[in-house]
Design a protein around this ligand. Structure first.
Ligand SMILES: NC(=O)C1=CN([C@@H]2O[C@H](COP(=O)(O)OP(=O)(O)OC[C@H]3O[C@@H](n4cnc5c(N)ncnc54)[C@H](OP(=O)(O)O)[C@@H]3O)[C@@H](O)[C@H]2O)C=CC1
Ligand SMILES: O=C1O[C@H](COP(=O)(O)O)[C@@H](O)[C@H](O)[C@H]1O
Length: 506
């Protein structure tokens, strides 16, 4: 067991609604195993699984054992031991979480548990989020007056548009305080996403330039190699915009664009992030037409196999107009960012897996250097925050190229986390769970931030609900041509993943 930099979480029962589901086995249990292994939780963590499947805890443990045997989560002896320790502290209640009976059983369990502290995790279809919160409250399970904490962690998606997100927030806040609600955005658990704040606020040479005087534009890309696969039912009702933009990409945007918080406490950070999201310009219908494009992948080869077109995928309507790619140009109407476009894009079945933030600085005002090639001007400096994979930070600058002639050469100063730190095997949920357990909401979304995000994308949702089809793009490409046109109209081009000046191969 490794010793953590922080004290282990306090005693609690982690109540998982949806204990027999996919998220529980693939992410929640492996996260708890890693946390047990790292010493972030101790033997006073108890897990209570709730599921509709009949059976007792042996049924649940058998399934988890079978999954973990092949998943690679307990390959090493230490994690195997951590799982053996954790599994002794798992219980299961079978019941329908739309009915009161199961809540009475949970109350009974908690009244006998070593600690009355509880975090309720909703690993269930989103249509149940409001119902479960209501039932927890009606059964006295969100009551903190005894001194024990009672927290609710909610998975994504949080609503499917502005109105539904507002309605869900209103319903939740009828049954719990904002301080009890932890809305998950798993991007906030990623080291490199958290590193955006450190990069900015711990480095004068970066933060001093972080405004519209020096920054030309910002690009945020979350390209995925994976296609829709077996998630057709969920994805066809969702699409790339809803799935990735108001949540994950806006979290990156908020970290990039926020003002320095007065402190690193949760409310200061969330206040600053919410201000940015509220400052995103709300487009008219015509502006949305000009500033957003979408695509859907066509049939074609991808990673050594023949991928069927999106509309030929299982559980997708053949006449579906759902997008698997979206690109937007957004504006943050603040003093700092006036006139600096933020270009966002995300899609499935693309050329590579690459999530990155690219900050392109303005050109130097005057370049005295003699021209020795056909490039019209010096390349601008760029800072590339490589969120995943191969987490790191690249700074692109110009240097003198060796020789007697004064000639510039673009180079990239690369930092890779893996070269410097032993990050170890993580799911990315460890920091989120730890903060949930210790009661720190920094890495969770607040109601106003979520609603501000939806408000900014609502003009695109409304526009695309009117009809029309997304443009086709080839699997293994970086999206449809209309995305290049979107940024090209401003005389700019998308950063190509892996494109580094000075590298002999890219
Ligand atoms: N899976 C993933 O990778 C990710 C999932 N999420 C989110 O996590 C949540 C859960 O997703 P996922 O695990 O994939 O979904 P699953 O459908 O696999 O799991 C949901 C679980 O809830 C149970 N359930 C359904 N209805 C009831 C009921 N009335 N009473 C008791 N139990 C019930 C299901 O039981 P049964 O199967 O027997 O019906 C199932 O075990 C969703 O909000 C999803 O959007 C977010 C990110 C990634
Ligand atoms: O929430 C989601 O995120 C994943 C991408 O997350 P990552 O951590 O693998 O980059 C995305 O594939 C999925 O469609 C979406 O629902």
């Amino acid at each position: 067991m490794t010793s953590p930099d922080v004290a282990p979480a306090p005693p609690l029962t982690f109540v998982i609604f949806g204990a027999t589901g996919d998220l529980t086995r693939r992410l929640l249990i492996p996260t708890l195993i890693n946390m047990t292994h790292n010493g972030l939780v101790g033997e006073d963590l108890h897990v209570l699984g709730i599921g509709i499947e009949p059976g007792n805890v042996e049924m649940l443990l058998e399934r988890l054992d079978a999954f973990l045997k092949t998943s690679g989560d307990i390959e090493d002896q230490e994690r195997k031991a951590a799982w053996q320790s954790l599994r002794k502290r798992i219980s299961y209640i079978s019941g329908d979480f739309t009915q009161n009976a199961v809540y009475k059983s949970i109350a009974d369990y908690l009244s006998h548990a070593p600690s009355a502290n509880a975090a309720f995790y909703f690993a269930v279809p989103p249509s149940f989020f409001g119902d479960i919160a209501e039932k927890l409250s009606e059964n006295g399970l969100t009551d903190e007056t005894t001194g024990a904490f009672r927290r609710i962690a909610i998975e994504k998606p949080f609503g499917h548009d502005l109105a539904s997100a507002q309605a869900l927030n209103a319903r939740l806040l009828n049954h719990a305080e904002e301080s009890q609600i932890y809305r998950i955005d798993h991007f906030l658990g990623k080291e490199t996403v958290q590193n955006i704040m450190t990069t900015r606020f711990a480095n004068m040479m970066i933060e001093a330039l972080w405004n519209n005087n020096y920054i030309d534009h910002v690009q945020i890309t979350a390209a995925e190699l994976v296609d829709v696969g077996l998630r057709g039912k969920f994805y066809d009702a969702t699409g790339a915009l809803r799935d990735m933009v108001p949540n994950h990409l806006f979290q990156l945007l908020a970290m990039v664009a926020m003002e320095p918080p007065n402190s690193f406490d949760a409310e200061s950070i969330r206040n600053e992030k919410a201000k940015v999201l509220k400052a995103l310009r709300h487009y008219s219908r015509e502006e949305a037409t000009q500033n957003g494009v979408r695509g859907a992948y066509a049939a074609g080869p991808l990673a050594g196999r023949d991928l069927p077109a999106y509309t030929e995928t299982a559980d997708i309507a053949p006449d579906s107009d759902t997008e698997t790619f979206v690109a937007l140009k957004l504006l943050v109407d603040t003093w700092r960012w006036a006139g600096v476009p933020f270009y966002l894009r995300t899609g499935k079945a693309m050329k590579t897996r690459d999530t990155e933030v690219v900050i392109t600085f303005r050109q130097v005002p005057f370049a005295q250097f003699p021209r020795h090639d056909s490039r019209p001007q010096l390349p601008p400096n760029r800072l590339i925050i490589q969120v995943q994979p191969d987490e790191g930070l690249d700074m692109e600058i110009s240097i003198k190229s060796p020789g007697l002639v004064l000639k510039t050469a673009p180079i990239s100063l690369d930092f890779r986390y893996a070269d410097r730190f032993d990050i170890g095997k993580q799911t990315g949920y460890e920091s989120l769970f730890y903060e949930l357990f210790v009661g720190d909401q920094t890495l969770f979304q607040r109601a106003d931030g979520i609603e501000a995000g939806w408000a900014a994308v609502q003009p695109f949702l409304d526009l695309w609900a009117e009809g029309g089809k997304p443009d086709p793009y080839a699997p293994g490409s970086m999206g449809p041509a209309c995305a290049d046109e979107l940024i090209g109209r401003d005389g700019r081009i998308w950063h190509q993943p892996g494109d580094k000046p000075g590298r002999k191969t890219v």
